[in-house]
Design a protein around this ligand. Structure first.
Ligand code: GDP
Length: 318
């Protein structure tokens, strides 16, 4: 199925109602605007976002008047496209790198959202840009996550992830692809692992160090306190919240909460290859003020890419 297919066809209904019209008027956009509103709500876009969006589009539609050679339905598509791009932050939000090595990227997020997978994907992504990376395995509550990170970092292309339980001693796993993972087992605190890992990264003079942290099923104080501790130790350049696109507008609320609690620089949206409806991609920036920087669209290591608002809008409009 096409990504956000339902949203695409829902919006299509709006332009279709304008076929045969000469010009956009206050009257003839009433029905199309209802369609747009309905399509966005069904895509699980946050209600205040839908309201502002619909208002902005209808204001422009009515003010457009007659443009020679451009049909009203095409005019509406153009207006919606531009507003969608704006809604998603306009420009692509690039990762920021520190002036001197290492750049530290701290990853946070709830359990199961794809954080560990993203850690390894991000290392490969940066490696392809010529940067040397090191991973720090900080998910001490899920011993398998440490092994998972080690396994993912070993192979460039992991078709199927095999969860193995290994006992992790305190050592540096040197990986075949050259993405070392600093793992110190599960008996020490994440902030201490962070301190040791960062020290190791400095010794190895890597360009970027990425730390995976422990998630929980839901937000709780212990997780936030732990993240604050780790953040204090690492003083990261980027604090990225990994969110599952399938959670829809809830993703935007999560980004807001994490931002208020620990201060983040952006989000990574995962599982865009699944049948998410679009609510997360369309709500995160507007609700939280923080940009989506990267998106994951698959379980393979190379399935990570920058979030391009204009391309995303193009996809949505079909
Ligand atoms: P964590 O608990 O946040 O560290 O989550 P994991 O990295 O262990 O991922 C949880 C599950 O989601 C795993 O089965 C991953 O393979 C899967 N996953 C992660 N990212 C993606 C993605 O972009 N697309 C799909 N389809 N699955 C993903």
């Amino acid at each position: 199925a096409e990504m956000f297919g339902q949203l695409t066809s829902g919006l299509e209904a709006a332009w279709n109602k304008l076929k045969g019209e000469e010009v956009l008027t206050k009257e003839n956009i009433v029905e199309p605007m209802r369609d747009i509103r309905r399509a966005l709500l069904e895509a699980d876009v946050s209600l205040p976002v839908v309201r502002r969006f619909v208002q902005a589009v209808s204001d422009q539609a009515v003010g457009t008047g007659l443009i020679r050679g451009v049909r009203p339905d095409q005019q509406l598509v153009k207006i919606v496209n531009d507003e969608l791009v704006k809604l998603m932050g306009g420009e692509v939000s690039e990762l920021v790198f520190a002036k001197s090595n290492p750049t530290v990227i701290l990853l946070a997020g709830l359990q199961g959202v794809g954080k560990t997978t993203v850690s390894a994907k991000l290392a490969l992504y940066l490696k392809k840009q010529g940067k040397s990376c090191m991973l720090i395995a900080g998910d001490i509550y899920r011993p398998a996550a440490i092994d998972q990170l080690v396994i993912l970092a070993e192979d460039e292309v992991v078709v199927e992830f095999v969860e193995r339980i290994l006992t992790c001693g305190s050592h540096l796993h040197s990986q075949v692809v050259g993405v070392p993972v600093y793992a110190a087992g599960t008996a020490i605190k994440p902030a201490e692992i962070a301190r040791q890992g960062l020290q190791e990264a400095r010794k190895k003079n890597v360009d970027v160090v990425i730390m995976d942290t422990a998630g929980r099923l839901q937000i709780d104080k212990a997780m936030m306190d732990e993240l604050k501790e780790v953040k204090r130790v690492l003083n990261p350049t980027e604090v990225l919240l990994v969110v599952d696109a399938m959670t829809g507008q809830e993703a935007a609320a999560l980004v807001t909460t994490f931002n208020v609690e620990i201060g983040i620089t952006g989000a990574i949206l995962t599982k865009l290859d699944g049948d998410s409806r679009g609510g997360a991609a369309l709500s995160v920036k507007e609700v939280s003020g923080k940009p989506i920087k990267l998106v994951g669209r698959g379980e393979r290591m190379e399935d990570l890419e920058p979030f391009y608002p204009d391309r995303m809008a193009g996809r949505i409009l079909g």
